[in-house]
Design a protein. Structure first.
Length: 347
C-alpha cells in the first residue's frame, strides 16, 4: 500500500510539474506574441522566439521525470543546437540541393540515436527538425538567418531561466528517481540495430522534401517534417502516430479556420497564445492526437499575427500532413521488407 501511495504522489508531482511548465511557456508565448504585434509584425524574430519556447517546452515535457537542473541543462543544449540548425535551414531554404544534402547528413542521426534515453533522443530529433522548419522560412542573407536562429535560441533559454527561478518555490530541485546525463556515447547506444530504420527514415524524409519542392507547396516543409516526426522504429507505433496525426490535424484545421475567420484582432490573437501554449504542453504529455490538433491552431494563430490570411495555413497544413503520411506509408511498404532482408544477410 505504501508503494502505491508513493507512486501516486510521484505521479501527481509530475502532473504538477507539467502544469507549471505549461504556464511558464504560455506566459513567454504571450510576451513574444505582443512583441510581434506591437513592434515589428513583418519581422519573423518574435515568431521564432515563440517556436523556441514551444520546442523547449516539448523537450522538457519528455524529460519531466528528470531533475529540474538536468532538464535545464538539456534545455540549454537544445536551444544552442536548434538555434544553429534553424539559422542554417533559413539560409539554405531556397535551394533544393542544399536542403536535400542537409537532410541526407542530419536525418540519419535521428534514426541512429533512436535507442537513446528519451530526453537525449528528443534533443537530437528536435534539433534536426528545426533545420527543416528553418528551411520553410528562407532568408536572403546570413544576418537574417542568424537573427532567426538566435531568436529561437533566446526563446528556449528564457524558458530554462524561468524554470530555474520558479523551481525553488515549487520545490522542484529535489532529486527524483530518474537520473539523466547527456553524452555522445549515450545517444549512439545500440546504433547498429537502428541502421535499417535510419535508412528508411532518411529515404522517407528525402522523398517528402522532394515533393514539397517539386510541386512548390505553400508551407511545404510540413511534408518532410511530418515524415520525420511520425516514422518510428516501432511499426505499430508509427501506424498509431499516422492515425493521430491525421485526425488531430483534421479537427485542428477546422477549429483553426473558425478561429481565424472569427477573430481578426491581432491583440486578441496574441493573448490567445497563453491558453494555446498551455494546453499544447499539457496535451503533449497526454495524447498525441490532441497535441496535433492544438498545434494546428497554434501555427494558424502565429501566422495570423504576421499576415491577414493566416487561416490558409490550416488548409495547407492538412494537405501537407496527408502527403507526409502517404510518403511514410509508401516508403515503409516498399523498403522495409527489402532492408530487413538485406540486414539479415549481412548478419
Amino acid at each position: 500500500m505504501r508503494k502505491i501511495i508513493n507512486y501516486q504522489s510521484k505521479f501527481l508531482a509530475w502532473d504538477k510539474d507539467v502544469i507549471i511548465l505549461a504556464t511558464q511557456a504560455g506566459i513567454l508565448a504571450v510576451m513574444f506574441s505582443l512583441i510581434q504585434v506591437l513592434f515589428k509584425p513583418e519581422n519573423d524574430a518574435a515568431i521564432f522566439a515563440m517556436i523556441g519556447v514551444f520546442i523547449a517546452a516539448l523537450v522538457q515535457t519528455v524529460g519531466i521525470r528528470v531533475n529540474i537542473l538536468n532538464r535545464v541543462k538539456a534545455n540549454l543544449i537544445l536551444s544552442i543546437g536548434t538555434g544553429i540548425t534553424t539559422a542554417i535551414g533559413c539560409y539554405v531554404g531556397d535551394s533544393f540541393l542544399a536542403t536535400a544534402i542537409g537532410i541526407l547528413l542530419l536525418v540519419p542521426l535521428v534514426g541512429l540515436t533512436s535507442s537513446a534515453e528519451h530526453l537525449s533522443a528528443a534533443i537530437i530529433l528536435f534539433t534536426i527538425d528545426l533545420f527543416i522548419i528553418g528551411s520553410g522560412a528562407p532568408t536572403v542573407s546570413w544576418h537574417l538567418a542568424i537573427l532567426n536562429g538566435c531568436s529561437l535560441a533566446v526563446g528556449g533559454i528564457l524558458l530554462a531561466i524561468i524554470a530555474l527561478l520558479f523551481a525553488k518555490p515549487f520545490k522542484q530541485l529535489e532529486p527524483v528517481a530518474v537520473k539523466y546525463k547527456f553524452s555522445l556515447r549515450g545517444v549512439f547506444i545500440n546504433y547498429q540495430s537502428n541502421l535499417g530504420f535510419s535508412l528508411i527514415l532518411t529515404v522517407a524524409v528525402s522523398i517528402a522534401n522532394a515533393i514539397s519542392y517539386l510541386f512548390k507547396m505553400p508551407q511545404g516543409f510540413w511534408i518532410p517534417m511530418t515524415a520525420l516526426l511520425i516514422l518510428k522504429a516501432d511499426h505499430d507505433f508509427t501506424k498509431s502516430r499516422m492515425s493521430h496525426r491525421l485526425t488531430g490535424t483534421l479537427f485542428g484545421s477546422l477549429l483553426a479556420v473558425l478561429v481565424a475567420l472569427l477573430i481578426s484582432d491581432k491583440l486578441i490573437l496574441a493573448l490567445m497564445m497563453l491558453p494555446i501554449m498551455f494546453f499544447i504542453v499539457i496535451s503533449m504529455a497526454r495524447h498525441y492526437g490532441a497535441y496535433t490538433a492544438i498545434l494546428t491552431v497554434m501555427v494558424t494563430v502565429m501566422m495570423n499575427l504576421m499576415t491577414p490570411d493566416g487561416y490558409l495555413i490550416a488548409t495547407h497544413r492538412l494537405i501537407d500532413t496527408l502527403l507526409g503520411v502517404i510518403t511514410v506509408a509508401i516508403t515503409l511498404w516498399i523498403l522495409k521488407p527489402s532492408i530487413h532482408k538485406f540486414l539479415r544477410k549481412k548478419e
